[in-house]
Design a protein around this ligand. Structure first.
Ligand code: NAG
Ligand code: NAG
Length: 206
């Protein structure tokens, strides 16, 4: 009995030592990479989406995108660099300002993230409306020549450009502005009173 206890004791000491040593040499814990982060990494690597990626990071909507893709299917409409460059310079500066990033850019970007399905372009052809993370729905139609027109201003120029589990990304040629934001943009970016019914000053392609 005593002998057995002694052996058990030595075995326990040996085992704890082994666990301790193993803990010392085990590689650091790497959390699994989910679909959302993979998608974000793919967007980051796509040259023509560098402004879109920069805007996602600056507004922290990158986190919103990752969170949504990890939770449900998502369809992203990513404006290319030319679309961002076509925006009025004053509006671009406003979207890059601390206030613009949080109040306006966040809403513009979440309007480009449709939730519920990860649609391919062929599937989108039979869709008229898509709910977005921003809350307002995107309006879709098939234009002459079979191209998909979104919000009457944006055309899909890079269909099925990227996909990862739960998400598809289509590249578009315009930054889509939610209608209810126009007043905020006028006052926040151009200093025009909210009551004014003036059209947006030379605002690029929208
Ligand atoms: C994909 O979305 C489902 C819900 O539809 C979710 O349960 C799952 O975790 C997501 N998959 C990944 C890999 O993030
Ligand atoms: C859409 O996501 C599902 C998982 O939610 C996946 O099985 C499917 O391949 C995806 N479709 C596309 C077109 O990427």
């Amino acid at each position: 009995m005593k002998e057995l206890r002694g052996r058990l004791g030595r075995a326990v000491v040996f085992l704890s030592l082994a666990v301790f040593v193993a803990a010392q040499v085990a590689p650091p814990y790497v959390p699994p990479v989910y679909a959302g982060q993979k998608l974000l990494d793919a967007i980051a690597k796509r040259g023509e989406l560098s402004f879109f990626y920069g805007a996602l990071v600056a507004s922290r909507i990158d986190l919103t995108l990752v969170e949504n893709v990890d939770r449900q299917p998502v369809t992203v409409f990513a404006p290319n660099n030319a679309a961002f460059q076509a925006l009025d310079p004053e509006l671009q500066a406003c979207l890059q300002s601390e206030k613009g990033k949080l109040n306006i850019l966040t809403q513009i970007l979440t309007f480009h993230i449709a939730v519920g399905r990860n649609f391919t372009v062929d599937e989108l052809k039979s869709v008229k409306e898509l709910p977005t993370v921003m809350g307002m729905a995107l309006d879709l139609e098939v234009a002459l020549g079979g191209k998909i027109l979104i919000e009457k201003t944006a055309t899909i120029v890079g269909p099925n450009a990227l996909s990862s589990y739960n998400a598809t990304v289509h590249i578009i040629d315009d930054v889509m502005i939610p209608g209810n934001l126009v007043g905020n943009i006028l006052t926040g970016c151009y200093g025009v009173p909210a009551s004014s019914s003036l059209p947006m000053p030379s605002a690029g392609s929208f």
